[in-house]
Design a protein around this ligand. Structure first.
Ligand SMILES: C[S@@+](CC[C@H](N)C(=O)[O-])C[C@H]1O[C@@H](n2cnc3c(N)ncnc32)[C@H](O)[C@@H]1O
Length: 210
């Protein structure tokens, strides 16, 4: 859900750096071939992720929720050749789709796609990461956060998607509504991170580890 007026949103889209042809094709094919294509982050959030990765001078990034690979490839653009991004996904259709684009991209060799439940993958990792992007099942947001925080370097950035959850955080009804609201509430009082919640797209929180 977008929280800003559609014309304003289109204006922001038109005045944001254009993605490369491969990402554009990935977006078109996502809408053609994958279920729930609206899950794709898209131009504004993708360029934001790349810029944030540049600003923290990321060399190691972890992503929870690959889907078609749009956000992974966006962040990988910012990595030096010696850097890498680990992305977690459990849907075999999405994995096959994303890997096809990683193989085609000059940045794909920096991406390691880990198949299976993300919490299992996180248990196998050791620090330290410069940036993380949480964008998978909402019920596990707090679990992802707690598993990620020890893996982040001081000053490392955790970006969290869908923190406004279509506005349902204001009046939580479903399990996922409550999960996101609980996550936001817990993070608000967590002194281990500095935080800002942005009303971009479906809500994006930036959490900087102290
Ligand atoms: C919102 S989409 C990610 C969108 C992606 N970041 C992009 O920019 O296109 C969420 C993805 O998380 C995956 N997912 C959900 N639960 C998961 C889990 N427990 N472990 C790993 N992946 C999971 C889903 O299969 C889905 O592809």
């Amino acid at each position: 859900m977008d929280f800003v007026n559609e014309d304003i949103d289109n204006y922001a889209y038109d005045h944001t750096q254009i993605e490369d042809d491969l990402l554009w094709r990935l977006e078109l094919e996502t809408y053609d071939q994958l279920e729930i294509p609206q899950m794709l982050t898209g131009r504004i959030e993708g360029r934001l992720l790349k810029m944030l990765a540049q600003l923290v001078e990321a060399k190691r990034i972890i992503e929870i929720g690959t889907f078609g690979g749009y956000s992974a490839l966006s962040m990988a653009e910012a990595l030096p050749d010696s850097g890498y991004l680990i992305t977690c996904e459990m849907d075999p259709v999405a994995i096959q789709f994303a890997q096809r684009f990683f193989d085609e991209s000059p940045h794909g060799k920096k991406i390691v796609l880990k198949e299976g439940p993300a919490l299992d993958t996180l248990k196998t990792l050791t620090g330290s990461f410069d940036m993380a992007f949480i964008d998978a099942d909402k019920e596990n947001y707090l679990n992802y956060y707690e598993a990620l925080l020890p893996l982040m370097r001081p000053g490392g950035l955790i970006v969290v998607d869908n923190v406004l959850w279509g506005g349902r955080v204001l009046n939580p009804q479903e399990t996922s509504d409550h999960a996101i609201h609980r996550f936001n509430h817990r993070v608000k009082d967590d002194h281990r991170v500095e935080k800002v919640m942005l009303t971009i797209r479906d809500g994006v929180s930036l959490l900087r580890k102290r």
